[in-house]
Design a protein around this ligand. Structure first.
Ligand code: GLU
Length: 598
């Protein structure tokens, strides 16, 4: 996830004023537009990590588009301005609240593995050992069939009021005109300099002259502008069954390695077996959202292949066993850390693309929460990792120990509401920052490495691992786009990037807001910690400083601090149509929240 500034004021077609747009003269030389972490008002709202994407979304709303239209246009813009986190080379999960019918829908636009994918895809045949992560990532093996474009098409077609083509055009204009590189954008490239240097198309775009672009220089992507326009004119068939798809397949099967890479790379770059038939056969799924009650609120989330909905739901159910508002902050945080450890143990053991619905239902049931919550001791932290629960047991009996599992740290999230009360919560990704590092030559977008979200080998001892690769299978995700209703109406929508920390970030913002008396902006800004069933709690320095001593006294261990966790966006729904749009005030340089009318 990264941010940067638009180099130019939005086109004449963009008239947004609530999100400050930078005058062309000021920004063409790298002046960053102001970022607005909180915006309060009426008539619709957008929160993303990037001011340009937020401005595009707001403009769609002002012109009479609905939340789905605005979300698709903003996401397409993020594909230009956040290319290392999201784009049409990746996938994601789209959660939509339909105000007219008062229903929550989801789209599973997760990447799927090739039909020929086998369980041992990430095992080196030479020695029978799993590949190093970097070797698997920067290869054709890691690339799944992208679901993002299909997601936009389906969302716009089912619930939007604008054509997909018209929603791609503002993003194409941004790609044509360019935007000013900021420090984060540059750093994301610098962090990827070696893998990017292996591919001519990636180097040409992101390593001009062999080095990351200077801060303040204008970054353009005319190939992506053309790609968007081609799709706008001819439809998504050019991607899933036509020339763009053919280029994707060629890239995966014959990674376009540069003749003389400007940086060394320690690994062979292996081809994958994604075929045009995989792209043509790609199908979105429309699973029922996960649903759990939390202190009178109804929390809707994303079902499998994301583990986000069940993991958030299970942890909330465990937390509900304690009145967090009546205990000390230390005790509330203790309960939060214990609940997520238990929830992650169960998620690792049981949740994958093919988990039976009955198992998911059980994991998110209050009965299960009681069986898990009874293991928490208010005075002493559990030893981590905790074992997963035994689904066949009726008491507090844990089953065999499982291993903690981690994922990448990329991705982006956006939240949109319109004047009719519709809401979109959408998390999209190409997995690692920079995905597989392969830009499709001539097309201007990076391919994902989402298939490395599979476990390379079993992680659950003698028990089956639900997240091993398989033909056409989708890797387990942690993405947790969440919509919370109160009395049947939207109360809060939120989500975040951050790999497996997505689950804990969403939970912590919810607990901060619902239980700890914080306003939404306070809940977003508060320092974060993440316990994913590992020996040490991962925490931001401010959290560690403030709460570390008391939590350590309860037996929690801390891993080395991390500078920041997540980059959330959210909207809260107040009385009489009032909207509080919220983005990060500081993490990753801060996000951009805007409203249609103040
Ligand atoms: N690939 C990860 C997932 O689906 C997301 C990566 C991230 O957010 O950093 O859970």
């Amino acid at each position: 996830m990264m941010r940067f500034s638009t180099a130019l004021a939005m086109t004449a077609t963009l008239t947004a004023t609530t999100v400050a747009l930078v005058p062309a003269a000021a920004s063409a030389h790298g002046g960053a537009p102001p970022r607005t972490p909180t915006a309060t008002g009426y008539g619709g709202a957008v929160s993303t990590v990037d001011p340009t994407a937020t401005a595009v979304g707001l403009d769609v709303l002002r012109r009479g588009g609905n939340a789905v239209d605005a979300a698709v246009a903003a996401a397409a813009t993020l594909g230009v301005t956040e290319p290392f986190s999201a784009g049409i080379g990746g996938g994601g999960f789209f959660v939509y609240y339909d105000a007219q019918h008062r229903r929550v829908h989801t789209i599973d636009g997760r990447e799927s593995g090739p039909a020929t994918m086998t369980e041992d895809i990430f095992i080196d045949p030479a020695d029978g050992l799993p590949y190093d992560f970097a070797e698997a990532r920067v290869s054709g093996l890691s690339v799944g069939t992208p679901g993002t474009l299909a997601t936009w098409e389906a969302a716009a077609g089912k619930w939007g009021s604008r054509s997909l083509g018209s929603l791609l055009r503002p993003a194409a204009e941004v790609a044509d005109r360019g935007f000013a590189v900021d420090a984060t954008f540059r750093q994301q490239i610098a962090d990827n300099a070696a893998p990017f240097a292996q591919f001519a198309a990636t180097s040409e775009l992101y390593l001009p002259g062999g080095a990351p672009p200077a801060v303040g220089s204008v970054q353009r992507n005319p190939d992506l502008a053309d790609t968007y326009r081609l799709i706008a004119e001819r439809g998504t068939g050019v991607f899933y069954r036509g020339p763009i798809g053919a280029d994707i397949v060629r890239t995966v099967q014959h990674p376009p390695v540069a003749d003389n890479p400007t940086a060394p790379w320690a690994y062979p770059i292996r081809p994958g077996d994604l075929r045009l038939s995989d792209l043509a056969g790609y199908r979105l799924r429309f699973p029922a959202p996960t649903k759990s009650d939390y202190r009178g609120l109804t929390v809707y989330g994303m079902s499998t292949p994301s583990s986000g909905g069940t993991a958030v739901g299970e942890a909330l159910n465990i937390l509900e066993q304690t009145d967090l508002s009546a205990v000390s902050v230390t005790q509330a945080l203790h309960q939060y850390l214990e609940a997520t450890a238990l929830s992650f143990a169960d998620r690792n053991r049981y949740v994958g693309a093919y988990t039976p619905q009955a198992t998911l239902d059980r994991l998110i049931s209050d009965r299960w929460a009681r069986q898990r919550a009874c293991q928490i001791d208010a005075d002493k932290a559990l030893v981590k990792p905790v074992p997963p629960g035994d689904l066949g047991a009726s008491g507090c009996t844990p089953a065999l120990a499982g291993q903690p599992v981690e994922e990448g740290q990329s991705t982006t999230n956006l939240t949109v509401a319109d004047k009719w009360g519709n809401v979109v919560e959408y998390t999209l990704t190409i997995e690692q920052t920079g995905g597989s590092a392969m830009v499709v030559p001539g097309r201007g977008f990076l391919l994902n490495n989402e298939l490395t979200d599979f476990n390379f080998t079993g992680t659950q001892g003698t028990a089956p691992d639900p997240n091993l690769p398989g033909p056409n299978k989708r890797p387990r995700s942690s993405m947790s786009p969440t919509i919370v209703l109160k009395d049947g109406k939207p109360f809060l929508a939120l989500g975040s990037p951050g790999g497996a920390t997505i689950i804990t970030t969403v939970l912590q913002v919810l607990v901060n807001r619902v239980d700890l008396g914080m306003t939404l902006p306070e809940a977003m800004a508060a320092p974060r910690a993440s316990q994913r069933n590992s020996p040490g709690v991962q925490a931001e320095p401010a959290f560690h400083t403030r709460y570390g001593p008391d939590l350590t006294a309860l037996g929690h261990a801390f891993a080395p601090d991390v500078p920041e966790l997540g980059a959330a966006t959210a909207i809260e729904f107040g009385r009489h149509g009032k909207l509080i749009a919220s983005a990060e005030p500081a993490r990753r340089g801060g996000g951009a929240a805007g409203v249609v009318r103040r």
